[in-house]
Design a protein around this ligand. Structure first.
Ligand code: DQA
Length: 141
């Protein structure tokens, strides 16, 4: 099984940004955490992080036919991007949405996720653990 983990804008700033919300762990430690989960579950994993909406869409399009699943934290684009939703629908790869924080317990503008409509499941408010649960969910599908 081969999966792609996509992280959106400012996820590369983990460990620096709003630690009270996102915790102390860095983006690099998130990658190590996910690699470890994938090693233990015999899953091949690739990673992509970008602060640019179009780059994320390009990567989703590149994923067409190459992956069995996508785990995506679109970060702020969650709440704004019909284009990322459309890209996920276009490639039709089983996708799980992850948020480190619980977006429903935060500002109202974070309550809507456009991307959810293209995802089989969403995990939120579980920190790094949410990525693990997303990967295990894809594996068990
Ligand atoms: C986030 C939640 C978003 O609202 C926010 O813009 C992020 C991160 C999360 O992982 O909790 O950048 O997706």
């Amino acid at each position: 099984m081969k999966i792609l983990v996509i992280n959106g804008p400012n996820i590369n700033m983990l460990g620096i940004r709003e630690k009270d919300i996102y915790g102390e762990g860095t983006y690099q430690s998130l990658i190590e955490f996910i690699k470890n989960v994938c090693d233990q579950n015999d899953i091949d994993v690739d990673f992509f992080q970008s602060n640019h909406e179009g780059a994320i869409i390009d990567e989703i399009q590149r994923a067409y036919g190459k992956y069995d699943g996508i785990v995506i934290n679109p970060a702020a684009y969650t709440h704004t991007s019909v284009a990322i939703l459309d890209a996920l629908k276009a490639v039709d790869i089983k996708t799980v949405e992850v948020h480190l924080s619980n977006i429903y317990e935060r500002e109202e503008f974070r309550h809507n996720s456009f991307v959810s409509a293209a995802c089989v499941k969403t995990y939120m408010g579980k920190g790094f653990e949410g990525y693990k649960e997303a990967i295990i969910f894809l594996k068990n599908m």
